[in-house]
Design a binder for this molecule. Structure first.
Ligand code: HEC
Ligand code: HEC
Ligand code: HEC
Length: 104
């Protein structure tokens, strides 16, 4: 009986991890700005070679859940959150290319 319980626990743990890993194929939309919605593509960022921890850490986006961190341009320009990379060095500059993020 104990063995079966253990097996069940492992199986359900794997199922949960599979669901969590949905982000690479998913696009989440941040639509609060009047500038237009920002489409954040998990695939684009995964293909750029980033591990989850690169963004899901204490300083940036601790939770794997949308809407847990308030994103403002001030923070981005200051090199925080998306601005950690979108500074014209690691990725295109936020200051220069509004429309690459604010698509609609
Ligand atoms: C380039 C940065 C970045 C990388 C790399 C990244 N994420 Fe995310 N992820 C985000 C952001 C930003 C959010 C939204 C957070 C918020 O709004 O508070 C998010 C949200 C999520 C969500 C919630 C989606 C929803 O619909 O609510 C899941 C699940 C997730 N990430 C899983 C992952 C996994 C698994 C990996 C690694 C394979 C990963 N993420 C890599 C930036 C990233
Ligand atoms: C860990 C570094 C990193 C972080 C953090 C990051 N990005 Fe990116 N992002 C990249 C790289 C690298 C690319 C590939 C394009 C390039 O090389 O400039 C990219 C591409 C994009 C693209 C595709 C643009 C196009 O024209 O194809 C969008 C949109 C984007 N990022 C939005 C965001 C948003 C919104 C956030 C914050 C929620 C964010 N990114 C956080 C590194 C990052
Ligand atoms: C790397 C992606 C990215 C780029 C480039 C970018 N933004 Fe944003 N911006 C965001 C995200 C993400 C939000 C948060 C939207 C939300 O919470 O729904 C945001 C929010 C905003 C807001 C509302 C919040 C605030 O801080 O006032 C304004 C206005 C804005 N952006 C203007 C701009 C302008 C102007 C540019 C170009 C000079 C620009 N953005 C370039 C990602 C980007």
């Amino acid at each position: 009986m104990k063995k079966i319980m253990l097996l069940l626990t492992i199986v359900s743990f794997c199922a949960v991890t599979a669901v969590m890993a949905v982000q690479p194929k998913k696009t989440i939309s941040f639509d609060k700005a009047k500038m237009g919605a920002v489409e954040f593509s998990g695939s684009v960022h995964k293909d750029a070679g980033f591990k989850c921890k690169e963004c899901h850490n204490k300083e940036m986006f601790p939770k794997m859940k949308q809407g847990t961190v308030e994103i403002t341009m001030d923070k981005i320009y200051a090199g925080e959150l998306c601005g950690k990379c979108h500074d014209g060095t690691r990725a295109f500059s936020a200051k220069k290319s509004c429309k690459r993020c604010h698509v609609k």
